[in-house]
Write a protein that binds this ligand. Structure first.
Ligand code: NDP
Length: 483
C-alpha cells in the first residue's frame, strides 16, 4: 500500500501534522532521522489512521505514490537543507517537497531554485498555530508554483483550520518565498500584539495595583469587545492560573526574561532592508531583548536610578475609567502594528515580484494561527474594498477607530511616562501615527545637516533637482547639482 503524502520529522509539529493528515483520510508515510521517535510515534498514534513508517529516506520515498508529496517538519536552517538533499537523492521530476518549518524566506528562494534544476517542485509553507494547531487545524501559507498548489490544495484544505464562515485557512500566497515571508511577518505581528498586551498588564499591575486574577478578568471582558482574539483569551487564562507548588499566581513565579527563536528579529531586519518602518514590531523585539539583558538589569537593581513611583494611586471609580483608557490605547496601537506588518508584506511583494492578495491573507489568519482575531474580518474587508491600498490606517473603519481612541491613547502613554512604566509599543505606535499626521517632518533639518557635513545634497520644495550649499563660502552660496 502506498502513501499519498509523507511527513519527515516527527517532533511536536511533524507528529501533529501527520496525525491531522491521517484523521482526514490520507495515507501518511512517516520518517524521522532517529528511528526511535518513529517507533514511539507508531506506538502512541499508529491506530489513529493509516501510517506507513520507514527507517530510511530511501524507503520513505519509495512508500509514496507518484508524483510524491513530502512535507518536511524539522529544525529550520542546516537540518532542513540536509533533509532536502537526502530526499532529492531519491525523488524524481514532478515530485513535491514542502518545507513546513520556520525557514527564512531567502533560504526558501534559494532552495526552490536548487530543486527546480532537478525538476522537483519546492514549496516553502508557513504553518501557524503551534502543536495544537498542527493537530486540529493550522493556518497554512504555502508559496511555490501554481502547479504544486493545485496538487496540494485538496490535502491542505482538508487539514486546515476553518474560519467561522467555514472557509479553510490556507491559500496559495505566491511564488517561491512568499509563503515563508508572510509567516515571518505573522510572527512579527504576534510579537507586537503580545508586547502590547504585556504593557497593558504592567499598567494595571504596577500602575493600578491590581492582582493577576483581577487583570485576567479584565482581559476576559476585553475579549468580548473589538479586542476579541486568541492572544487576549489566553492572557486571561495565564493570569488566572495559580502555581501548584507555591499557590501564588503563576505569572509571579515565572522568570521575567522573554525568549525568542528568530522570526521577530527577521521581520525587523527585513523591514530595515526594505525601508519599511515597523516600529511596533521592532520595539516588541527590543523589549524582549531588554528583558534578557541580565547583567544590565542586575546592575540597575544594585545601583538603582531615582524615578517616580509606578502607582497611580487611583480610587476604584477612577481605576475603572483608566482600565477603559488602556483598552482603547491597546486597540489603537494594535491597529498600527498590524498596518505596519501589512505594509512590509506589500513592499516585499513589489520587490520580490509576488502578487499577494492581502484580503485573502487576512482571511486565512482568522482561525488556526496565533494572531487569530475577530478584527481580521475588518482588515480583510478593508483590503477587499481597496480602502487599505496605501495603509490599513486609511480604511474608514480603522481611521475612525484610531480617532475614537486617540485621546485615551495619549492619556495612557502620558501617564505611563509620568509614572515610569515603560510602554515602548504603545509609544512608538502613537509616534508613527503622529508622524503621519504631521504636515512637515523635521526630516528637512536632517537633510540640511547631511548636506553640511557630507555634501549629500537636498531637494527644494519650490524647484526640482538636487542642491548643495557651499556652507563654508561667504554667503553660503547654493549650487544646483542635478536637475
Ligand atoms: P524541532 O524544531 O525541535 O526539530 C526537531 C526535529 O528535527 C526532529 O524530528 C529531529 O529529528 C529533526 N532534525 C533535527 N536535525 C536534523 C537533521 N540534521 N536531519 C534530519 N532531521 C533533523 O521540532 P518542532 O516540531 O518544534 O518544529 C518543526 C519545525 O516547525 C521547525 O522548523 C519549527 O521552527 C517549525 N514550527 C514550530 C512551531 C512550534 O510551535 N513548535 C510552530 C510553527 C512552526 P531527531 O528526532 O532525529 O532529532
Amino acid at each position: 500500500q502506498e502513501a499519498n503524502v509523507g511527513v519527515v520529522g516527527l517532533a511536536a509539529m511533524g507528529a501533529s501534522l501527520a496525525r491531522n493528515l491521517a484523521h482526514h483520510g490520507n495515507r501518511v508515510a512517516v520518517y524521522n532521522r532517529t528511528y526511535k521517535r518513529t517507533e514511539a510515534f507508531m506506538q502512541e498514534y499508529g491506530s489513529e489512521g493509516v501510517f506507513i513508517p520507514s527507517q530510511t529516506v530511501k524507503e520513505f520515498v519509495e512508500s509514496l505514490s507518484v508524483p510524491r508529496t513530502a512535507i518536511i517538519m524539522v529544525k529550520a536552517g542546516e537540518p532542513t537543507d540536509q533533509v532536502i538533499k537526502e530526499l532529492a537523492e531519491y525523488m524524481e521530476q514532478g515530485d513535491i517537497i514542502v518545507d513546513g518549518g520556520n525557514a527564512y524566506f531567502e533560504d526558501t528562494i534559494r532552495r526552490e531554485k536548487e530543486m527546480a534544476k532537478l525538476g522537483i517542485h519546492f514549496v516553502g509553507m508557513g504553518v501557524s498555530g503551534g502543536e495544537e494547531g498542527a493537530l486540529n487545524g493550522p493556518s497554512m501559507m504555502p508559496g511555490g508554483s501554481d502547479w504544486s498548489w493545485n496538487t496540494l490544495k485538496p490535502i491542505l484544505e482538508s487539514i486546515a483550520a476553518k474560519a467561522p464562515d467555514g472557509e479553510p485557512c490556507v491559500a496559495h500566497i505566491g511564488p517561491n518565498g512568499a509563503g515563508h515571508f508572510v509567516k515571518m511577518v505573522h510572527n512579527g505581528i504576534e510579537y507586537a500584539d503580545m508586547q502590547l498586551i504585556a504593557e497593558s498588564y504592567d499598567l494595571m499591575r504596577r500602575g493600578l495595583g491590581m492582582a493577576p486574577e483581577q487583570i485576567g478578568d479584565v482581559f476576559a471582558q476585553w475579549n468580548e469587545t473589538e479586542l476579541d482574539s486568541y492572544l487576549v483569551e489566553i492572557t486571561a487564562e495565564v493570569l488566572r492560573k495559580r502555581d501548584e507548588k507555591t499557590g501564588k499566581p503563576l505569572v509571579d513565579v515565572i522568570v521575567d526574561h522573554a525568549g525568542m527563536k528568530g522570526t521577530g528579529t527577521w521581520t525587523v531586519q527585513t523591514a530595515l532592508s526594505l525601508g519599511v518602518p515597523v516600529t511596533g514590531i521592532a520595539e516588541a523585539v527590543f523589549a524582549r531583548g531588554l528583558s534578557d539583558q541580565t547583567q544590565l538589569r542586575e546592575q540597575a537593581q544594585k545601583d538603582p536610578f531615582n524615578g517616580p513611583d509606578a502607582s497611580l494611586a487611583l480610587d476604584d471609580e477612577a481605576k475603572q475609567a483608566f482600565i477603559e483608557l488602556i483598552r482603547q490605547a491597546l486597540y489603537a496601537s494594535k491597529i498600527v502594528a498590524y498596518a505596519q506588518g501589512f505594509n512590509e508584506i506589500a513592499e516585499a511583494g513589489k520587490v520580490y515580484g509576488w502578487d499577494i492578495d492581502m484580503a485573502q491573507l487576512a482571511r486565512i489568519w482568522r482561525a488556526g494561527c496565533i494572531i487569530r482575531a475577530k478584527f481580521l474580518n475588518r482588515i480583510s474587508d478593508a483590503f477587499e474594498s481597496g480602502a487599505a491600498d496605501v495603509s490599513l490606517l486609511f480604511a474608514p473603519y480603522f481611521k475612525q477607530a484610531l480617532e475614537n481612541c486617540e485621546a485615551a491613547w495619549r492619556k495612557v502613554i502620558a501617564t505611563a511616562v509620568e509614572h515610569g512604566i515603560p510602554t515602548p509599543v504603545f509609544s512608538s505606535s502613537l509616534a508613527y501615527f503622529d508622524g503621519l499626521r504631521a504636515k512637515r517632518l523635521p526630516a528637512a533639518l536632517i537633510q540640511g545637516q547631511r548636506d553640511l557635513f557630507g555634501a549629500h545634497t537636498y531637494q527644494r520644495v519650490d524647484e526640482p533637482g538636487a542642491f548643495h550649499t557651499l556652507w563654508a563660502e561667504p554667503g553660503q552660496k547654493e549650487i544646483q547639482v542635478s536637475h
